[in-house]
Design a protein around this ligand. Structure first.
Ligand SMILES: NC(=O)c1ccc[n+]([C@@H]2O[C@H](COP(=O)([O-])OP(=O)(O)OC[C@H]3O[C@@H](n4cnc5c(N)ncnc54)[C@H](OP(=O)(O)O)[C@@H]3O)[C@@H](O)[C@H]2O)c1
Length: 292
């Protein structure tokens, strides 16, 4: 496979497409808002005018859009992927969506003789640009084997997890971790600032212990400085938190912490914080304390 398509040039999709281009693949892109295709076109990518046109000209079409509705839109609506007559096409969805929605989407593709893999990832644009994402994959094993070379180009670790839906279940459990870590750091930093201790001292001590994480070693310093340039927006994490709580209902389990986190992230969205980084939830904690 040499001809790859990327549908969705948001923060993640753009970085994935740039990396594929740098790696020598023949890359075609599509984005709903056409202006976002300009930069990558200058670097050599072809720009399709619709998901259908893209699907007709590639062997693997990677979808990286906001949510399940967006995946269905680019896949099944007018001029969507499914209208292509490309018999060799494989679709791989990197968007973070509900596992049951994902299964249904795979089923519809299969009814049209199109194989679809689920390839949600951990890591943002900063690591996507060098092909260092961590990928969870599910779907048909043979299709996965055929696409392996490209998937290992995008990610330095790829976990094949089995039948359709599973990769998204694991991805949601990952984003549950991210949510709790961002909140724990936000509350710890707020607590320590109010106690007149330099948050960098707190982080240095935390990062000298078993309880350190990538987030406490990197993003936490920006959080302490009030810098929230988005690599993954707060609005998109809220979307994933809501997908987790929907999924817990269908699993018949109660997870009280993520329910509480949903309320906090929902309120942060109402306060206009949706477009900052998800770690900017510390700004929300700051504001609720200021308004006391
Ligand atoms: N950023 C990360 O670190 C990261 C990491 C792992 C997973 N993810 C997941 O990857 C996906 C993309 O994330 P992102 O950070 O790249 O998001 P983003 O920057 O907000 O971009 C969203 C993309 O989805 C497209 N889109 C939204 N609604 C659409 C619709 N109805 N029809 C067609 N296209 C639509 C947008 O097109 P327009 O430009 O036209 O709005 C844009 O290309 C999300 O599911 C996210 O949860 C992100």
């Amino acid at each position: 496979m040499k001809k790859i398509g990327v549908i969705g040039l948001g923060m993640l999709g753009n970085a994935v497409a740039l990396h594929l281009l740098d790696s020598g693949f023949d890359v075609t892109v599509y984005n709903r808002t056409k202006e976002k295709t300009m930069q990558i076109k200058e670097k050599g990518a072809k720009v399709a005018s619709s998901p259908k046109e893209l699907a007709e000209n590639v062997e693997l079409a990677i979808i990286v859009v906001k949510d399940a509705d967006a995946v269905k839109q680019v896949s099944f609506e007018k001029d969507g992927v499914i209208e292509s007559k490309n018999e060799k096409l494989v679709v791989a969805d990197m968007s973070t969506i509900n596992p049951s929605e994902s299964k249904n989407i795979s089923k519809i593709f299969l009814e049209h003789n199109i194989q679809k893999l689920e390839i949600p990832v951990m890591g943002g644009p900063n690591v996507a640009i060098t092909g260092d994402l961590v990928m969870m994959a599910s779907g048909d094993k043979n299709t996965f084997e055929n696409c392996k070379e490209i998937l290992y180009n995008i990610a330095n670790k790829v976990f094949f997890l089995g039948e359709s839906g599973v990769a998204h279940s694991v991805k949601l459990a990952m984003n549950l971790q991210i949510t709790m870590l961002a909140l724990a750091l936000s509350e710890g930093i707020t607590f320590i600032k109010k106690s007149n201790v330099d948050p960098k001292v707190f982080l240095e001590i935390l990062n000298s212990t078993y309880f350190k994480t990538g987030m406490s070693e990197k993003k936490a310093y920006k959080m302490a400085d009030g810098k929230y340039n988005a690599t993954f927006t707060l609005a998109n994490l809220k979307k994933d938190i809501s997908t987790i709580t929907e999924t817990t209902k269908s699993l018949g389990i109660k997870l009280p912490m993520i329910e509480k986190a949903e309320e906090l992230y929902e309120d942060a969205l109402k306060k206009g914080l949706g477009e900052i980084d998800y770690t900017g939830i510390i700004e929300y904690i700051k504001r609720i304390n200021e308004s006391k």
